[in-house]
Design a protein around this ligand. Structure first.
Ligand code: ADP
Ligand code: MG
Length: 595
């Protein structure tokens, strides 16, 4: 490829710069809509060295000035996290590694002129990272950029293996600082703390609420927002997730949506932080779930009964293993496979092969809201990150000074009394299978907290005491499992509904009927890691896209989970609400799967 071709036709900026630390080497840079092309300028063409930093790997760019000297140079540093293959004992694994490239602008004799060039490059890179619309001959002036996003970060110190705070210091805060995100980090102190907290916040102060945990904490946030009197506005607050739990299904779905390879552990973590830094927001369906005692909650992931909910809850005792707890739990449960009799009714969607899709970009939020920081009304723990943040900042700028330091402050807050709610329900019939009796689960769930019920009307559902509408289909079976899922992933490594989109308006209802062998069940779950379980042609596995369903357990004891959280056991019904919430995905739909 000739140099002319290489300085690609869609070049937005081009320039020649030195580097920091200075080694007398100079580079020609060409910025395009997809990456930064770096060419080392050398006397001999055969020594030509070119690299490309893809925009997809970048989180931000800062301008800097040398603190000690009186020179006229200005600098800009580009922060990126390229994926690297690393050799491990059994093969290879991928990981993202921080890469900072600092360039020196030295053409002019006055600092101000060099600084203006550095600022232009930083602005251009940030515009591209955030996917802002750029015209054919753009003028990259700092005014193009919206103000820094403000995120509320809610961290569950007990999520997953309990290392969320460590990950926060090691990766999350440094990366979002490089992306100019302003944040307030709050550690949750107990179950439902996040739920209470989001009920008291001033929505205008935040551009998003991000949980640093598993799916359970996001369930709290969504329900806390829906419990507010202004739920219609509150639920539009973009929500996000950084996977630090043992159940990281939504993070798996976000990763998949972005077109990244399926990932776990630190690769998934860094992919999700990278996407959070980009900030694209898309609508996400929520499912309104009503239990037999009339408690209504909003779910973004799944309702499960039987094998999956048993594994989820019974494997709590292996929590120290992280997500491996589900593998162990699955083996234990396969060894003593149970079946559950129940009645499952649903409203099928006949044209489900044409998913509805809308995408919007909300963040960074360009609209300027008056910035008053009210105190949060509840007691929260503040982990004193002011100090940490400065230290990190110094780390990234080495001996250079930064021209801008994002603001940071802490917030305090109180807890509110909650009313306890007890519940009961009656069975239509009970299957007293001796096998099931031998393995009955303790129904030791905590009494559910009674929260205010808000939200859109469930226009597809009949009252629980009435029969389901005539257009519905009902099956009565012995089930191994029933799963309603509305994300692609059930766990970071379980691609359960590959055709699902965040706002397809569909509940993907799966059930596995009794009669399946243990080996076939294991095969199904193994195939699910790659999303090929449909190809096993297992006659016991049924999948129906639906808009609403009712599940009536006819087996006395069991576990039902909503988004992996245990709920009261008994009849339960649910319906989808298309695009009710907003999710920070960092990308529009990349994959082209057609169902
Ligand atoms: P995991 O995927 O590891 O289960 P989750 O985010 O789902 O992680 O959280 C598990 C549970 O922990 C949720 O029910 C959540 O409400 C609860 N929780 C959140 N913060 C705390 C805390 N500080 N102490 C105890 N439990 C908490
Ligand atoms: Mg969906």
């Amino acid at each position: 490829m000739s140099l002319e071709q290489w300085q690609v036709s869609d070049t937005l900026l081009h320039g020649e710069f030195g580097v920091y630390p200075s080694k007398g080497i100079r580079y020609a840079l060409s910025l395009t809509r997809t990456g930064l092309h770096i060419q080392r300028l050398v006397p001999k063409p055969e020594d030509d060295q070119r690299t490309v930093l893809p925009l997809l790997d970048m989180v931000g760019c800062h301008t800097l000035r040398n603190r000690s000297s009186t020179d006229s140079f200005a600098y800009f540093s580009i922060y990126s996290y390229p994926l690297k293959k690393k050799k491990v004992t059994m093969g290879s694994s991928r990981t993202r590694q921080r890469l900072v490239r600092t360039f020196r602008v030295d053409e002019a004799s006055e600092y101000e002129k060099n600084q203006a060039v550095a600022e232009k490059w930083a602005t251009a890179i940030k515009c591209l990272v955030h996917g802002l619309p750029i015209g054919s001959e753009p003028e990259f002036v700092p005014g193009l950029l919206p103000r820094a996003r403000r995120l509320m970060l809610l961290l569950n110190p007990f999520g997953g293996r309990g290392n969320a705070l460590q990950q926060c210091h090691a990766h999350i805060l440094p990366m979002i600082t490089e992306a100019d995100i302003s944040y307030n980090l709050i550690q949750t102190e107990r179950h439902n703390h996040a739920r209470e907290l989001v009920q008291g916040i001033n929505l205008a102060e935040w551009d998003g609420i991000v949980v640093i945990s598993g799916d359970g904490l996001l369930y709290e946030v969504i329900n806390g927002l829906m419990e507010r009197p202004d739920w219609e506005d509150a639920i539009k607050m973009p929500v996000g997730i950084i996977p630090c739990g043992s159940g990281n299904a939504l993070a798996g779905s976000i990763n998949y949506n972005a077109g990244f390879e399926q990932a776990m552990g630190s690769e998934l973590l860094l992919n999700c932080i990278l996407l959070l830094c980009r900030g694209t927001v898309v609508p996400m369906d929520l499912v309104s779930v009503t239990s037999c005692s009339g408690i209504r909650s909003f779910s973004f992931l799944s309702v499960a009964w039987g094998f999956i909910s048993d594994v989820d809850i019974e494997s709590e005792k292996y929590r120290h293993m992280g997500s491996a707890r589900f593998t162990v739990g699955t083996m234990v449960r396969v060894a003593s496979l149970r079946t559950y009799r129940g009645r499952l009714s649903y409203l099928p969607v006949l044209d489900a092969h044409r998913p509805i899709s809308r995408s919007i970009t909300l963040a960074p939020n360009g609209s300027l809201v008056p910035f008053h920081r009210a105190q949060l009304h509840r007691t929260i723990s503040d982990i004193g990150l002011c100090e940490e943040r400065n230290v990190m900042y110094k780390r990234s700028s080495a001996s250079l000074d930064t021209n801008e330091l994002p603001s940071f402050e802490t917030s305090p807050s109180p807890s509110s009394p909650t009313a306890l709610h007890s519940s009961s329900f009656t069975f239509d019939s009970v299957t007293d299978d001796p096998l099931q009796h031998n393995h009955v689960l303790p129904n030791d769930m905590e009494p559910q907290t009674h929260h205010q019920v808000n939200g859109p009307k469930d226009d597809l559902l009949a009252p629980m005491e009435h029969p389901v509408p005539k257009t519905w289909v009902t099956v009565e079976e012995d089930f191994v499992l029933v799963l309603a899922i509305y994300q692609s992933h059930l766990g970071a490594d379980l691609l359960t509904a590959p055709f699902s989109f965040f706002d397809d308006g569909l509940i993907h209802l799966f059930f596995v009927k009794a009669g399946i062998s243990r080996a076939a069940l294991v095969r199904l779950f193994l195939a699910m890691e790659k999303g090929t379980h449909f190809e096993t042609q297992c006659p016991y596995l049924i999948h129906v896209p639906v808009r609403a369903f009712r599940l009536e357990p006819l087996t006395r004891k069991g576990i039902i989970t909503v988004d992996g959280e245990r709920v009261e056991y008994g009849p339960i019904q649910a319906q989808i609400h298309n695009g009710l919430s907003n999710l920070i995905t960092g990308s529009h739909r990349v994959r082209m799967t057609n169902f």
